[in-house]
Design a binder for this molecule. Structure first.
Ligand SMILES: Cc1cc2nc3c(=O)[nH]c(=O)nc-3n(C[C@H](O)[C@H](O)[C@H](O)COP(=O)(O)O)c2cc1C
Length: 188
């Protein structure tokens, strides 16, 4: 199972990027994490540019999503919602609506913030947007609050309770992938 990880932060020392990378060692056996790093190159969404062929960074994002079995989004909270760059990428990914590469893809959302609530509003908004796009979004959240105290010097998530919940969420993501594949096999 190939999980495409998307961090909503462009910041070099981003806690959300650390959180995303932490998934690599918490995923169930047989699953591997591929981190998407093209967010900064995605142009602002313009329907006039949303033609064939798509801008190269957009096509790369759509291809990465289309070939992933599942997607893991780690989002910061900016002014009580998700960062504009992440929303912009999801807008590109949502087109064409009927056949977009996120449709029916199992997706989990996690988030870290330096505040006290662990980006819960951003995670809720990300889930709402991804549901609108047609993804199979897990009804789970991982609020990593006070993120500046949750990672060790190597950038490893060092809170055992958070690691346990994170592993549960990732196991659920894998179960969703298996359920989806079983459904597809039955339909074939
Ligand atoms: C423009 C901006 C808005 C922010 N708004 C919020 C917010 O609404 N809630 C919150 O908990 N943190 C907020 N923060 C703080 C972020 O949670 C913090 O910068 C976090 O480290 C960003 O994630 P990153 O480390 O992955 O870059 C904001 C930060 C920025 C730059």
């Amino acid at each position: 199972m190939r999980v495409l990880g998307i961090s909503g932060s462009l910041r070099r020392d981003s806690y959300n990027s650390m959180l995303l990378r932490a998934a690599a060692e918490l995923l169930p056996p047989g699953a591997e994490l591929e981190v998407y790093d093209g967010l900064k190159a995605i142009p602002p969404y313009d329907a006039d540019d949303d033609v064939f062929p798509a801008p190269a960074p957009v096509q790369e994002l759509r291809d990465a999503l289309a070939t992933a079995d599942a997607v893991l989004v780690a989002t910061p909270e900016y002014n009580a919602s998700i960062p504009g760059v992440l929303k912009n990428a999801l807008d590109w990914a949502s087109r064409p609506h009927a056949t977009n590469p996120l449709r029916n893809t199992p997706v989990a959302v996690v988030g870290a913030s330096t505040g006290m609530f662990g980006a819960v509003w951003a995670q809720a908004d990300a889930r709402k947007i991804l549901q609108t796009i047609g993804a199979r979004v897990l009804d789970r959240e991982l609020p990593v609050a006070e993120a500046d105290e949750r990672f060790d010097a190597e950038g490893r998530l060092d809170d055992p309770d958070l690691r346990e919940v994170y592993a549960e969420i990732l196991a659920e993501l894998a179960e969703n992938v298996a359920a989806r594949e079983a459904g597809l096999a039955r339909a074939a």
